[in-house]
Design a protein around this ligand. Structure first.
Ligand SMILES: [Zn+2]
Ligand SMILES: [Zn+2]
Length: 806
């Protein structure tokens, strides 16, 4: 029996549309209670206590430092005018290192003032050397625009900061290239515009003193691997012009930032991680919604596709959205200014709507004090929201993480975080919104019905202890390296020295490009042979997205990424778009579109696939007696073969219908472990239970991997089998869902025992009897979460952990 789990990259959120009257709503808003008292009242609402842990994060006094002696008076005065009277210790430390010429990454919390760490050395150098230039890279145009405002506000003579991105008018571009000495852009523009046009940029690149890479933790996975090579291409062009810029990187808090920054830039990087900025105290509660009673659990069932994850046959928890909506209503009713972070836009709207309804039920009109916020608002609209919150016209806001970047909200008393946002960095960034002018604040993390969330609310040390996740990227991915080398070859012929610069795998990739006729070797190097430049999209992956078109109107409803199109858009699929239900009439893969019509049938659809995996090569392995742990290349072949229709009200299966879709292939990197059948038998796993045991362990392991690397479970696939032809043993595979791998499986291999220990604990500690979405069920199982054996999964992992060295 073989089961597989890279069914779909179904990223549909879990809109939980049930209404949820709030338990207690006191009178109108007044001065809010203190955080501890507020938390006591929130906990007292229901029957059981949903709080699993309360962490008191103490206030911290800042550690100021002297201005560096090299910082000119003019620069100090400019900062002082903007209210910065002295740098904090970490800012000064990073600035000193960079000024001395060391590559440095400053990885500290939100609002710790990372900008000053690079602005100080960069601007001091621009003032001291009237020819020097600085290149600043941000992941988004909005962030670059914010930074431009900050630098421009310093009003320094001769710096002439300017944004250079897709929105920059043609007419201004030449002026910027010639005259700006502080250019703010993004990796895409560097890749598509600046590097191919290096001849026009030669004056700027020749004098380049600093490259600033802001929010560098966002360069992860395949995108991060592309950016790593774009930076190598930049270093190559600089070197041709005789420049060796210093790289200054700013990162959110993350595990091992020096290694990640080193991989990104290809340079040795020193990390500054000790945050010396001041902060107010926070009472941080971990909140686990209760399991619904089995009998009444589906009193108002929602379609599994709508909730995204539930199998109606299994026990579930009260949804985090309902819980968050109730908490928001309760805090607003207490007069507490509250921000609720919800992962999806739809989810934020549901939370706001439910909170409004509860409040209006209690005190008509009170619901008006709650709003939803989504990304994409105009600047003026954001300012208006900020104003309404500041003045208390608005008390509650439900938002996506759009607020993480670009909106300046202060003066909040409480932050509710609906579901673990994926990284500790984001968690702290969101929690960091609470606390006005250093006052005590409340933060609550509401766990979703998911193994990682469940693990975290029962393992507060994984949140409040040392940082665990590292930013992961893999510049050696041949699917990234080859196209990047092609781009580099267009910019200038590749030389043997370049192969060293581009690192592991570069020689093989060049040989491939030669064999494919893209490069020609001459005595002076490898030359690009074609007239056109190669088309390489830094963010593209999984094939082109498919368009979803309404047949009757020709209206484009949206797009679905290529990787999940077969799952979501097969003929007969019920497709939800912004809460409206459609049925797919035809999937035209050649044209890249699906034709749909609006219809609300009383069933949902669930695609099934079959996956085959074969081992191509083993990169590394650990032989641990009855247990083997491996890292290597694999070929994954999958085909969506059928779908089930299930009655929405009852979950009853109506029928299973066959599909005729082509197979798809993926060569990628996997981590896998094998166990001897004897070791499983001695651990008490009956042969008949082996498939369910491995399958359950695989699901939970995928769910917990984001604890180790900054990925989410949709980046990863899995397959487990009682005997695999290539390993000839019971095996669990976990693979990167991106061609060539993204570094996640490699990270899993490197931290295998910690990863599988957390997996084991998450399963063992879950309060359910036979497995639930909080432990061994997966929302994207290609086998309908069958078979699964929770107790045997623990036995499997115990065998692995007992044998595997730490
Ligand atoms: Zn469970
Ligand atoms: Zn599965």
């Amino acid at each position: 029996m073989t089961t597989n789990d890279f069914s779909s990259a179904h990223r549909t959120p879990r809109p939980d549309l049930e209404s949820s009257p709030s338990a207690t709503v006191s009178a109108g808003p007044g001065p809010g209670p203190a955080p501890t008292e507020l938390l006591r009242r929130l906990r007292a609402r229901g029957a059981g206590d949903p709080v699993t842990h309360v962490e008191r994060v103490p206030a911290r006094a800042g550690v100021p430092a002297q201005w560096p002696s090299w910082a000119p008076e003019e620069l100090r005065a400019a900062f002082t005018r903007r209210g910065v009277t002295a740098p904090w210790q970490h800012q000064a430390e990073a600035a000193n290192l960079a000024y001395e010429g060391q590559h440095v990454v400053v990885a500290t919390g939100t609002a710790s003032g990372k900008s000053l760490a690079y602005q100080l050395p960069a601007l001091a150098t621009l003032l001291a050397d009237p020819r020097a230039t600085v290149l600043y890279l941000a992941p988004t145009k909005a962030l670059a625009a914010d930074q431009l405002r900050a630098v421009a506000a310093l009003e320094l003579e001769g710096v002439r900061p300017a944004c250079y991105d897709g929105d920059t008018p043609r007419a201004e571009r030449e002026w910027i290239r010639r005259h700006s000495r502080f250019v703010l852009t993004n990796p895409d523009m560097l890749h598509h515009g600046i590097l191919p046009g290096h001849a026009q940029w030669s004056g700027f690149l020749r004098r380049l003193a600093y490259v600033v890479i802001d929010e560098c933790h966002t360069y992860r996975g395949v995108f991060g691997s592309h950016v790593a090579h774009v930076l190598r291409r930049l270093r190559r062009q600089c070197a041709r012009f005789g420049a060796t810029p210093v790289f200054v990187l700013a990162s959110a808090t993350s595990g091992d930032p020096a290694t990640a920054a080193g991989r990104l830039t290809g340079l040795p990087v020193t990390a500054v991680t000790e945050d010396a900025s001041p902060r107010g105290g926070v009472t941080f509660a971990l909140w686990e919604p209760p399991l619904l009673p089995r009998d009444t659990g589906s009193s108002a069932p929602v379609p599994p596709q709508a909730t995204g994850e539930h199998d109606d046959l299994h026990q579930v928890r009260r949804s985090a959205l309902r819980e968050t909506a109730d908490l928001l209503a309760d805090t607003v009713a207490e007069g507490v200014r509250t921000l609720a972070f919800v992962r999806s836009r739809k989810g934020a709207e549901v939370v706001a709507a439910n909170a409004r309804r509860s409040l209006d039920d209690a005190v008509p009109g009170l619901g008006d004090r709650v709003a939803a916020y989504r990304g994409g608002y105009l600047r003026e609209e954001r300012r208006e929201l900020e104003r309404a919150l500041l003045h208390g016209d608005l008390l509650g806001l439900a938002s996506t993480n759009a607020l993480e970047l670009g909106v300046d909200l202060v003066g909040l008393d409480a932050v509710l975080i609906c579901g673990y946002p994926g990284t500790r960095a984001s968690l702290w960034q969101q929690a960091g919104r609470a606390g006005r002018s250093g006052q005590e604040a409340l933060a609550v993390l509401v766990a979703r019905d998911d193994p990682l969330d469940t693990y975290l609310v029962h393992h507060p040390e994984a949140i409040f202890g040392a940082p665990v996740e590292a930013t992961v990227l893999d510049p050696a991915n041949p699917y990234v390296l080859a196209p990047q080398l092609a781009c580099a070859a267009v910019e200038a012929p590749l030389t043997p020295a370049d192969l060293v610069l581009f690192g592991d795998g570069a020689k093989e990739a060049v040989d491939q490009l030669v064999a494919a006729g893209a490069l020609r070797q001459r005595p002076t190097g490898w030359y690009w042979r074609h007239r056109e430049r190669p088309e390489v999209d830094l963010r593209g992956e999984g094939g082109a997205p498919l368009c979803v078109v309404e047949s009757s109107t020709g209206r484009l409803l949206g797009t679905v990424d290529g990787g999940s199109s077969h799952f979501l858009l097969h003929p007969g699929a019920v497709y939800l778009h912004q809460g409206v239900s459609y049925v797919v009439d035809d999937l035209d893969l050649a044209d890249g579109c699906a034709l749909v019509h609006a219809e609300e049938p009383d069933w949902s659809t669930h695609a099934r696939d079959v996956t085959d995996l074969s081992v191509v090569s083993v990169r590394s392995y650990v032989d641990a007696g009855p247990v083997g742990m491996f890292l290597g290349e694999v070929d994954v072949t999958s085909q969506v073969v059928s779908y089930q229709r299930r009655r929405i009200a009852t979950g009853e299966v109506i029928d299973t219908r066959p599909l005729d879709l082509p197979t798809r292939e993926l060569r990628t990197v996997a981590v896998w472990f094998t166990l001897s059948p004897q070791s499983l038998a001695s651990a008490g796993v009956q042969p008949a239970d082996v498939p369910g045991a491995l399958h359950a362990a695989e699901h939970a392991a995928i769910g917990l991997l984001p604890l180790m690397a900054t990925c989410d479970r949709w980046d990863i696939g899995g397959l487990s089998t009682a005997v695999h032809p290539d390993t000839e043993a019971p095996t669990v595979f976990v693979y990167d869902g991106h061609p060539g791998g993204a570094g996640f499986a490699e990270r899993a291999y490197g931290t295998a025992s910690a990863w599988l220990r957390a997996t084991r604990d998450a399963i063992a500690e879950c309060g359910c009897e036979t497995g639930c979405p909080s432990c061994v069920q997966s929302p994207k199982c290609g086998n309908g979460n069958n078979p699964l054996s929770k107790p045997d999964a623990i036995r499997v992992l115990d065998v692995v952990l007992a044998n595997l060295p730490d």
